[in-house]
Design a protein around this ligand. Structure first.
Ligand code: SF4
Length: 329
C-alpha cells in the first residue's frame, strides 16, 4: 500500500526508517508491460526491513492495462514523448496529467528519496533511448516520471537499481538520504539563517570528502548568509549541497578527511592510540577496510576525550541505521 504522510521526525531519532518511493515492479509486482516483474533480490536484501517502501507504477496508475503495448521515448531528447512502439500512439498527455496529481500527493508523503527502474520510458533516471521517426536513436533522456520527480523534488536523492549494485554508489545513496534528510529537517518548519549555518558547521568534515570546488562555493554562500534573503539562501545552498553530495567520495578523500580529524584529535591521544588510528585510516585508503572502521575508532577517541567540536560533526554522529545500511558494502 502507498505510504501516507506521517509526523515529521528528525534524522537522528531512534526507530526512524527512511521512506522511499520505488518502482512497483522492483518489489516483485507483475506490473510490467508483459505482465512480469523486475525484483532485484540483492537490492531488496541490502535494504531489508530498514526502509519503508512507497510503491509507484506510473504506467498502471495512469490507467494502462497489464499486459499493454510496449512503449518508448520519441522525438526530441530535451522534451521526449511517450509513444507505443507498435502503433505510435501518443501517451504523453495521459502520463503528464497523472504525474501532476501524483507528485502533489507524494509531496505530502515525507519521502526521503526514490529507487526507480532503470531504462524504463517512465521510470528510468537517465540514459533511456529516445528514438526518431525512423526508429534510430536520437539521444537519451530520463523517463517522464523520473524527470518530473527530479524537477519537483530536487532535495530528494533518486537512484536506479542498476547504479545501486555498485558499492560506492550504494554508499553514496545512503549517505545522501540521511544528509539531505537532516538538511530538510533543519530548515523545517520555518528555516532560519542560523539553522542553515549550524547545519553547514556540523557537516564540514563530511562535505570535505565530496567536491572541494562546490564546498568552496557553499562556504562563500554561508559567509554572505546575512546579505541574502532566506529563500534565495536556502535554495542556493540546497542546490550546492545536492551537487556536492552526488560527487562520490573516494577512499582516498575519506582518508584525507579522517587524517584531518586525527590532526585535531592527536594531542589528546597516546602514541599507541594515534598509531592504531593512523593504520585504520590507511587500511581504508588501501581498500582493505570499510569507512566505518576508522570512523568508529576515531569516534571512540572523540567521546573518550570529550572533543566537542569533533563530536558534533555529522560523520562522527551518524544515526545507527545509516551506519548499518552503509556497512552492507
Ligand atoms: S518500470 Fe515503472 S512504469 Fe514500468 S512497470 Fe516498473 S514501475 Fe511500472
Amino acid at each position: 500500500m502507498m505510504a501516507r504522510a506521517g509526523t515529521r521526525k528528525d534524522a537522528h531519532e531512534p526507530g526512524l526508517k527512511p521512506r522511499l518511493g520505488v518502482s512497483t515492479c522492483l518489489l516483485g509486482e507483475n506490473v510490467r508491460y508483459d505482465g512480469t516483474e523486475k525484483s532485484d533480490p540483492l537490492l531488496l536484501k541490502a535494504f531489508g526491513d530498514d526502509v519503508e517502501w512507497a510503491p509507484i507504477c506510473p504506467e498502471v496508475e495512469c490507467g494502462m492495462t497489464v499486459p499493454r503495448d510496449p512503449m518508448h521515448l520519441a522525438d526530441d531528447p530535451d522534451s521526449p514523448r511517450l509513444v507505443t512502439t507498435a502503433t505510435g500512439e501518443d501517451q504523453t498527455g495521459r502520463m503528464q496529467t497523472w504525474i501532476r496529481s501524483r507528485l502533489d500527493e507524494l509531496a505530502g508523503c515525507n519521502l526521503w528519496g526514490f529507487v526507480l527502474k532503470s531504462r524504463s520510458p517512465s521510470c528510468g533516471t537517465g540514459a533511456v533511448p529516445v528514438l526518431d521517426a525512423t526508429g534510430e536513436q536520437a539521444g537519451e533522456a530520463a523517463g517522464l516520471f523520473a524527470a518530473a520527480v527530479a524537477k519537483r523534488f530536487p532535495l530528494l536523492p533518486v537512484a536506479d537499481e542498476r547504479s545501486l549494485r555498485d558499492d560506492s554508489m550504494w554508499d553514496n545513496f545512503i549517505e545522501r538520504l540521511f544528509c539531505l534528510k537532516r538538511y530538510r529537517d533543519s530548515m523545517r518548519p520555518k528555516g532560519s539563517r542560523d539553522s542553515l549555518v549550524a547545519f553547514h558547521a556540523a557537516h564540514e568534515l563530511q562535505l570535505m570528502a565530496h567536491d572541494q570546488d562546490v564546498l568552496s562555493k557553499m562556504e562563500e554562500l554561508v559567509a554572505r548568509s546575512k546579505k541574502l534573503p532566506l529563500d534565495e539562501l536556502s535554495a542556493r545552498y540546497g542546490e550546492l549541497l545536492t551537487t556536492t553530495m552526488e560527487f562520490v567520495a573516494t577512499p582516498a578523500r575519506n582518508a584525507d578527511v579522517l587524517l584531518h580529524a586525527l590532526g585535531l584529535l592527536e594531542r589528546y591521544m597516546n602514541p599507541g592510540e594515534r598509531q592504531d588510528a593512523l593504520e585504520a585510516i590507511e587500511e581504508h585508503r588501501g581498500g582493505r577496510a570499510s569507512l566505518i572502521v576508522p570512523t568508529k575508532l576515531l569516534g571512540r577517541h572523540i567521546r573518550k576525550y570529550h572533543v566537542e567540536h569533533l563530536a558534533t560533526q555529522s560523520c562522527f554522529a551518524a544515526h545507527p541505521l545509516e551506519l548499518k545500511l552503509r556497512s552492507h558494502v
